[in-house]
Design a protein around this ligand. Structure first.
Ligand code: AFP
Length: 292
């Protein structure tokens, strides 16, 4: 089944946003070949290129903002929320290319999007949808509009076709952990020690979206914690943690900043950071239960 068919029955404006993002992601998956290199440098064809993440950001702004599919657009690449002329009240927060520093070594990167109505500076649990696309050996799109989490794969005809409906988080013991061990806060150290003692296998690629995709399918927990030097961690609440948390939550998992459900946090600014623990309910209950 094609993505457009799967979206029938949802509000038209929401379905169009998901399809718009899917279209841009097709350009991005082709762009890895044509947009190699960095800003101010020539690509393999001798053309001057923008950096891939900057180029991807421009594509999303054109396709979603300038064409009126959304009214508000906050991008990790932009300092302010952008407002566009639109008949809808939809707002998106987008990380156009998460993990982009891995492009130089050809590892998986992805696009993360949260969808809200009436603005973007809202808690994650007010989202009306979220999605991500990962560009790996295959280009895979995962979306939820609040009614299950569904996975599509880009086929050789350039169509996203259904791979799996109603994903539920796996039950294996996997652990993705960011930040250097010698900067861990005591409660986090205890969390990691307990998981290691319980036989959790380490999985960390440096691309949050790819790491969470693995946890979603296989099970376990990904964490980029607060640490000495940055008690609110490294990852962005609005662009990374909340949309992925919303998806994992819809798939039967949970997300926390170590203290509370991360989806209840009201962001104060678009660049706000949050420590993140995302994965199975068991692991999230464990971190929340450890005294701080
Ligand atoms: P980039 O988009 O700059 O590559 O950052 C990726 C990221 O925000 C997230 O995807 C990773 O989990 C995290 O940073 C990795 O950070 P460290 O390289 O500091 O471990």
């Amino acid at each position: 089944m094609h993505l457009s068919e799967h979206l029938k029955g949802y509000d038209k404006d929401l379905a169009e946003v998901v399809l718009g993002i899917a279209e841009v992601s097709k350009d991005i998956s082709r762009g890895f070949i044509t947009h190699q290199g960095k800003a101010q440098s020539d690509n393999i064809y001798g053309e001057q290129q923008a950096r891939m993440d900057v180029w991807a950001d421009e594509l999303f702004i054109k396709k979603l903002g300038e064409s009126g599919l959304v009214r508000y657009l906050a991008s990790e690449e932009q300092p302010e929320v952008m407002e566009f002329k639109s008949d809808t009240d939809l707002g998106i927060s987008i990380d156009p290319l998460d993990g982009s520093s891995l492009l130089s070594v050809n590892l998986t990167v992805g696009t993360i999007v949260g969808i809200q109505r009436g603005g973007v500076l809202k808690p994650g649990n007010e989202m009306v949808g979220a999605m991500y696309v990962i560009y790996g050996p295959l280009t895979v799109l995962v979306y939820t509009l609040g009614n299950g989490v569904h996975e599509f794969v880009l086929n050789s005809d350039g169509e996203f076709v259904l791979r799996k409906e109603n994903l539920t988080i796996g039950s294996e013991k996997r652990l993705g952990q960011g930040a250097a061990r010698n900067t861990y806060l005591p409660f986090h150290e205890e969390f990691i020690s307990r998981l290691e003692a319980d036989g959790y296998k380490i999985r960390f690629s440096g691309s949050f979206v790819a790491d969470v995709h693995q946890i979603l399918h296989k099970g376990g927990v990904f964490t980029y914690p607060g640490y000495q030097g940055s008690e609110r961690g490294k990852l962005r609440l609005l662009f990374e943690c909340a949309p992925m948390g919303y998806i994992v939550n819809q798939a039967g998992g949970a997300v926390s900043d170590g203290y509370v459900d991360l989806l209840t946090i009201q962001p104060q600014s678009i660049s706000e950071l949050a420590p993140v623990y995302i994965g199975g309910k068991r692991e999230i209950e464990l971190i929340q239960g450890i005294p701080k």
